[in-house]
Design a protein around this ligand. Structure first.
Ligand code: ADP
Ligand code: ASP
Ligand code: MG
Length: 404
């Protein structure tokens, strides 16, 4: 626990886009911040861009140049969070509270070079600590930093969660509270499955699987960071007063803790590849060299000349052009009309019956499974995108609701 210039606890709060979407919501968030401040806490508050601002900024960039450079895109996208931070500081000051807004570079958030998906490498906290010591509530623009060249970078969609956890770790905050538009982490996206149940707590590892497999309630790297630095993290509603979900080190005792879906998936199939040792390596080295992660893999180029694998949809252009230019043999096809559905739970390994339940649930809905991959704590299936919500609902009903 850090005590800066007194006996006050430091808390990091983060308000997402919906929670600061308009004046009314900014004032609602500001009154919660005021409450935490008045009850004797020091506060760093991270804010996201208002509502769909980031999407709109991306659209206006694409209007001018669909291939605009990452540097200029980041210059543009970072302004969304800067606006929210300034507005939130104004709202708090208007309420008579001391507040100051800071953007990424002012907070000394140093990131890797890569625009659009930079990682936080270090935070030089002097400025923030000075502001806290001066009694200010620090309003931090999320989602951004500065690279070694001195250029503004952004942390990837949803990255304000990572700003919050990174600040909590660097400042040794007591805890990090993520305020959003749902009451916590649920057994499935509550906007898709109305019967989804809120979890009181979830382990870092399970939460990592949720986020990696498509639950966008938290940014994946924020959970990685929270686990590495042991930051107590909780997800709560900014609208409803309830306990939310604690994300912590302890393991849940559930067989299945949730179902996720990821529509950001594309399938690449290569047929008629050279049948010799090293052909698979040739394909995956091309992906690795471009920083493209491969997820589900089926078949083996070295046995039957055929191989299929999934990647993130956003990497499809780069992957396809690398394969076309560099592969000496084989026909390359791709399809981005798929979704990946995952069943997550620490008890999957010790409950083999769950696997047959999964197939029964999808068979009952006549949903075809294209590919499958399993690990100790998750099972992922590739299905046609149009079946996504039906599959999630059927799996949730069979494994979570009926499985109790
Ligand atoms: P914010 O703008 O506050 O960062 P996001 O839209 O990024 O909010 O994340 C919250 C959304 O995550 C919810 O509105 C919900 O639809 C979605 N979501 C997906 N899976 C889950 C889940 N398992 N539990 C809770 N929310 C989920
Ligand atoms: N505004 C950014 C986005 O829409 C970052 C965030 O909301 O966390 O992705
Ligand atoms: Mg988010």
């Amino acid at each position: 626990m850090i005590r800066l210039g007194g006996n006050l606890l430091l808390i990091v709060q983060k308000y997402g886009g919906t929670s600061v979407a308009d004046k009314k919501r900014i004032m609602n968030a500001a009154s919660r911040i005021a409450e935490a401040y008045r009850s004797g806490n020091r506060l760093v508050v991270v804010v996201s861009a208002q509502g769909s601002t980031t999407d709109e900024l991306i659209k206006s960039a694409e209007d001018i140049d669909p291939d605009a450079s990452g540097r200029e895109l980041d210059m543009l996208l970072s302004t969304g969070e800067q606006q929210s931070a300034a507005l939130m500081a104004m709202a708090l000051k208007k309420m008579g509270l001391p507040a100051i807004s800071l953007n990424g570079w002012q907070m000394g958030i140093v990131t890797t070079e890569n625009h659009g998906n930079a990682r936080i490498e270090s935070i030089v906290t002097d400025r923030i600590e000075n502001e806290l010591n001066a009694g200010n509530i620090v309003i931090a623009a999320g989602f951004q930093g500065i690279n070694e060249k001195g250029d503004i970078t952004t942390l990837g969609r949803g990255g304000s969660d990572t700003t919050a956890v990174a600040l909590a770790a660097a400042l040794k905050a007591e805890r990090c509270e993520i305020y959003t538009d749902v009451e916590g982490v649920y057994t499935a996206d509550p906007r898709v499955v109305s019967t989804a149940e809120k979890l009181d707590s979830i382990s870092y590892d399970e939460m990592l699987d949720f986020t990696t497999m498509g639950a966008k309630v938290l940014h994946n790297r924020s959970v990685e960071l929270a686990k590495r630095h042991n930051v107590p993290l909780c997800v709560r509603s900014s609208f409803v007063r309830s306990d939310g979900t604690d994300v912590c080190a302890e393991d849940g005792a559930r067989v299945v803790s949730g179902i996720t879906s990821d529509e950001n998936t594309a399938l690449i199939t290569i047929t008629g590849m050279e049948n010799q040792p090293g052909s698979a390596y040739g394909v995956f080295r091309l992906m690795a060299d471009r920083g493209i992660s491969v997820d589900i893999i089926l078949g083996s180029g070295e046995n039957d000349g055929e191989m299929a694998f999934t990647i993130e949809k956003s990497n499809l252009k780069a992957a396809a052009s690398a394969l076309k230019t560099n592969l000496r043999s084989g026909t390359i096809k791709w399809d981005d009309n798929f979704s990946k559905i995952s069943v997550i739970g620490t008890g999957l390994e010790s409950n083999p019956g769950v696997v047959s339940e999964i197939f029964a649930a999808l068979a009952g809905e006549k949903i075809n499974i294209e590919m499958i991959t399993t690990s100790e704590i998750k099972i992922s299936l590739l299905i046609e995108r149009r079946d996504t919500d039906r599959a999630v609902k059927a799996l949730h009903k069979r494994l979570v609701e009926d499985g109790k």
